[in-house]
Design a protein around this ligand. Structure first.
Ligand code: NAP
Ligand code: GCO
Length: 267
């Protein structure tokens, strides 16, 4: 049936930013399994190469490019190149991100700006670059990778929380402004996921015991009692990339093992 809504992404081109490993890679793998053609970028050539090898090993023919998502001219040239070499981007996942864990009064304005640049300005830049072709095509899906910090604060992450809170509102605004063109923009808010970004929070202590933050996440904050695996994000991403979610717009889907629902382990 022509109007049937489903999870099939056959024939769709998906760009996942910063997807040579980590959450982006797992989301790309999920989208590929649903039929999408995968395009990804990374800021460093060596990581694009490494990513291409991983995709190949997983039986996925991905297209990898070097591009810094904070550089507007580079992003515009990159999107034009993808449209020419692979096709119009049907699905954009704004995944590339950084974090700096520094107490706010010790953080420089330059460090704060750098986080805002990658985690908030870049999703604006990349979305802006793909939306015109989505409008022409009459459909498009944008998924912004938000965070627990889109809702909560915590010590040392002022820049990250400001950026991810802003990204939630950029998500709602893209939905509001471009929903009329059949473009859906939603967010995924991962809980604490085991990737290189969070590795410092799971480092073993000199005496071999668990990092206190690791215990905090598994024993006090997450009803599931574990860290998330990047693969936990694949299904939600397929949903938000597919026609199954055509009437879902401007939402943040928290994939967090229950953190957002929970007051914390009672003493
Ligand atoms: P990660 O392991 O650090 O991977 C981030 C990726 O983004 C890397 O491939 C990195 O490339 C790339 N990147 C950084 N700056 C870039 C730039 N300017 N241009 C292009 N690529 C760039 O992080 P992750 O844990 O997979 O996180 C992915 C996303 O999910 C981020 O937005 C993060 O904030 C968000 N998130 C993570 C968690 C978690 O618990 N892990 C939870 C919630 C949200 P290089 O390696 O070359 O620097
Ligand atoms: C932190 C984390 C964050 C989280 C994530 C939660 O220091 O609080 O590293 O990056 O992992 O964003 O959703």
């Amino acid at each position: 049936m022509a109007n049937e809504k489903n999870f099939d992404l056959t024939g769709k081109v998906a760009l996942i930013t910063g997807a040579s490993y980590g959450i982006g890679y797992a989301i790309a793998k999920g989208l590929a399994a649903a039929g999408a053609t995968i395009v990804f970028n990374d800021i460093k050539a060596e990581f694009v190469e490494r990513g291409l090898k991983s995709y190949e090993a997983d039986g996925i023919k991905a297209h990898g490019y070097v591009c810094d998502v904070t550089d507007e001219d580079a992003v515009n040239a990159f999107v034009a190149q993808v449209e020419k070499e692979v096709g119009v981007i049907d699905i954009l996942v704004n995944n590339a991100g950084i974090i700096k864990r520094i107490p706010m009064i010790e953080m420089t304005a330059a460090e704060f700006r750098q986080v805002i640049d990658v985690d908030l300005n870049a999703p604006f830049i990349v979305s802006k670059a793909v939306i015109p072709s989505m409008i022409k095509k009459g459909a498009g899906k944008i998924i912004n990778i938000c965070s627990m910090m889109s809702e909560f604060g915590r010590e040392t992450v002022s820049a990250y929380a400001s950026a991810k809170g802003g990204l939630k509102m950029l998500t709602r605004n893209i939905a509001s402004e471009y929903g009329q063109y059949n473009i859906q923009c939603n967010g995924i808010g991962p809980g604490y996921i085991a990737t290189p970004q969070t590795a410092p929070l799971r480092e073993r202590q000199p005496d071999g015991s668990k990092h206190p933050f690791d215990s905090f996440i598994t024993d006090s904050k997450t009803p599931a009692g574990r860290w998330g695996d990047p693969s936990d994000l694949a299904g939600p991403a397929v949903f938000l990339a597919s026609t199954a979610s055509d009437f879902v717009n401007g939402q943040i889907l928290y994939v967090d093992g229950g953190i957002q629902a929970y007051f914390g382990k009672q003493p």
